[in-house]
Write a protein that binds this ligand. Structure first.
Ligand code: IVH
Length: 671
């Protein structure tokens, strides 16, 4: 048993860590509900034992998403949050409070509560000059470059009635489809998954490389205007005007006079929201008149003129039978909860994700516990809490993260930055070995018609220990296997033979270099058209390629520095696999931009930015993100970034438009 002092210290340490994971890394490892529960326990204990007061306790500070790498900007108007309510009764209380305080007619605007991350868009003279995160409500991070990549955020407002200064507050979201795809890719790469689209959106906004942000296809909705010269006294009208200016405003807004109308809106959207392409977690109710809003005023944290009504998260209670640990092809070990089957939003749930060790400890999980599972935004259901009162009949064994690899028994190592355990025995751990072969043969990689069971069988018989062994299989090896007929043996060999013509970029993906997914492999293959060029690439050359960040670059370098990996590559090469771009792909390549350092800026009419980037690479040029004395020219579209323009002028860098660029690469002369 912990003493109160020990418990307080433990909670503080945990909460500090989770604050950091959530606000700085944008990578929470426990649910919000669990975090709140721990915070509440700490606050209660601190009230009970004031002798342990500490001014640096996480309870005395509200978290902030301020990240040191972004410039911090003070909000001209504070970014408040909303009081949450969970029942019609609480909504009625709000309505009656407003009615009493105003003592005159009023209207309530009902809107969806978007479940993303809040943003303040500042427009001066119609132009987007800054986009700032909420931060601690007073100061936020300048994420302008990243927000500029969001297509639904206009860079210039339209119309003649736009005030010189306007702040549009709204939410940045990651659509479900994009979120699912992103997580699928992360799963393939065995990177930690985003728990929900909200975390994915806020994590994306904090990326250092706005090119990656652009590829993540974020969306946005505006829900409030601020400024000294707003178009109307009505919030509802202001949003209509905002829409006319080109800002994205949801159609699901309704002005209501009575509580019954409000309840009808809540009821309608409770189910209808599930058809939307983006996540919503409730409804926001706002007094329509800005004068009335001002009269009602704010508390230190919340406006008195608005509240949030939260939809019920779909939850189920079931028993935890056991926890199993799985090791993947890169050696990462993940815990999975096995549950008594329970029905949750239309599907039977038997397993739930437990993320990592921190998540298990925070839940204080024991075998036999009654646990809450939620599907909320997640693809994989997760355990969000334990019903501890159900433990009266006794308590099962405490769940501890395994110290040994569930497959080969090797002592696991913990990577501190990711809070993940790895099995270090990559050469001897059967699951990792088989996992690498399974990855190698998948459809998007070598597309060899062989399933996991056959791979297992061939591995156990000692016939295949790595992907290259597949190419050494003989008809006699297969035909002697139990239940193998001649046709299946011939089919497999034919499929293996056929894979020798799979293009280079897919071979590169098949090699299973950590963090090199399908898209990254394509980018690398374009930039380094043969494996030898890739093997010699320096860190700087790698990171100069679109979407290749430090982590991927380092992983590529590590792979080629590993003699075992090189040995595999060389054996595969001897078997005739494609290790360079084929003639068609090479034909598209020219040297016209050879040695040229090109920066892209602004928005374009004729091609997308990505297309221009591809053209630069295809013609031997290098695309870099910032203007320097090494820049040969800037390919500029409309609204070139003011900082880039200034720098270009200062350094005397040439600026060319898209037409000039296209004629440059399409002409028969070298540029
Ligand atoms: S209005 C002072 N409207 O919810 C009023 N907020 O818990 C400011 N949110 O930080 C907020 N949809 O990020 C408002 N239709 C909506 C919203 C909305 C989502 C978020 C917003 C805010 C949080 C408040």
């Amino acid at each position: 048993m912990q003493t109160p002092k020990e418990r307080i210290e433990w909670l503080r340490e945990q909460l500090h860590k989770h604050n950091y994971n959530y606000y700085v890394l944008s990578q929470p490892t426990i649910s919000d509900a669990e975090f709140d529960r721990m915070m509440r326990e700490l606050i209660d204990l601190e009230a009970k034992y004031p002798e342990y007061y500490d001014p640096t306790s996480p309870s005395v500070r509200v978290g902030s998403d301020i990240n040191k790498n972004f410039t911090q900007i003070a909000h001209r108007y504070p970014m408040l949050s909303l009081q949450n309510t969970y029942s019609e009764g609480e909504v009625a209380d709000f309505y009656n409070r407003v009615k009493k305080a105003l003592n005159e007619d009023f209207e309530i605007v009902c809107e969806l509560k978007f479940d993303g991350t809040s943003i303040s868009l500042i427009y001066e003279h119609k132009r987007l000059v800054r986009a700032v995160t909420r931060g601690d409500g007073k100061m936020g991070d300048d994420v302008t470059d990243n927000v500029r990549t969001i297509r639904s955020v206009p860079l210039i407002l339209r119309g003649d009635d736009v005030p010189d200064y306007i702040e549009a507050r709204g939410e940045v979201l990651m659509p479900w489809k994009v979120f699912e795809q992103l997580n699928k890719e992360r799963e393939e790469q065995e990177e930690p998954l985003f728990a929900n689209p909200r975390n994915a959106a806020s994590g994306t906004l904090k990326l250092q490389d706005s090119r990656v942000v652009a590829s993540r296809k974020l969306d946005s909705y505006i829900y409030y205007l601020l400024g000294d010269e707003l178009p109307s006294d009505s919030h509802y009208e202001n949003l209509q005007v905002a829409r006319r200016w080109g800002l994205r405003v949801s159609d699901a807004i309704k002005k209501c006079k009575t509580l019954d109308e409000i309840f009808a809106y809540l009821k309608y959207w409770e189910t209808e929201r599930k058809k939307l392409p983006i996540a919503t977690d409730g409804v926001v109710l706002k007094v329509d008149s800005l004068v009335q809003q001002r009269n009602l005023g704010n508390t230190s944290k919340f406006p008195r003129w608005a509240i949030a009504y939260k939809f019920n998260a779909e939850k189920a209670l079931t028993r935890l039978i056991s926890v199993s640990f799985q090791v993947g092809r890169t050696g990462a070990v993940t815990p999975v909860a096995n549950l008594e089957p329970v029905l949750l939003s239309g599907t039977t749930v038997k397993r739930a994700s437990l993320y990592n060790e921190d998540a298990i400890n925070a839940l204080d999980l024991h075998i036999g516990d009654m646990v809450y599972v939620e599907k909320g935004g997640e693809i994989i259901p997760k355990i969000t809490g334990v019903n501890k009162s159900a433990r009266s009949g006794g308590i099962g064994e405490k769940i501890r993260f395994t110290e040994k690899c569930p497959d080969c028994g090797a002592q696991l190592v913990r990577s501190e930055d990711e809070a993940i355990y790895y099995c270090p025995n990559s050469e001897g751990c059967p699951t990792q070995i088989k996992g690498r072969i399974e990855h190698f043969v998948t459809r998007k990689a070598m597309n060899i018609a062989i399933g996991p069971e056959t791979i297992s069988l061939l591995y156990e018989k000692g016939l295949v220990k790595d992907p290259a062994d597949l190419y050494e299989l003989k008809f006699e090896d297969l035909i002697h296997l139990e239940r193998w007929a001649e046709t299946s043996a011939r089919n497999l060999l034919a499929s293996i033979e056929k894979s020798k013509s799979v293009p280079y970029e897919r071979v590169l993906y098949a090699l299973g270099i950590r963090y090199v997914g399908e898209t990254v492999a394509q980018k690398l293959a374009q930039a380094f058209p043969s494996i030898d060029l890739l093997a010699q690439a320096t860190f700087e050359q790698l990171t100069a390629v679109e979407e290749i960040g430090d982590r991927i670059a380092q992983s590529v370098i590590d792979a080629f520095a590993n003699p075992k990996f090189m040995d595999l590559v060389n054996r595969l090469r001897r078997h005739g696999l494609q290790f360079s771009l084929n003639d068609d792909a090479l034909a598209a390549k020219t040297d016209k931009l050879k040695g040229k350092n090109i920066v892209i800026s602004g928005t374009f009419q004729l091609h997308s930015r990505d297309e221009y980037k591809a053209m630069i690479l295809q013609n031997g040029g290098k695309n870099s993100g910032s203007v320097s004395k090494n820049t040969d020219f800037i390919l500029a579209g409309e609204n070139m970034g003011p900082a880039k323009l200034e720098k270009a002028k200062k350094l005397g860098v040439k600026i060319i438009d898209e037409k000039t660029f296209l004629s440059m690469i399409n002409s028969s002369d070298p540029a």
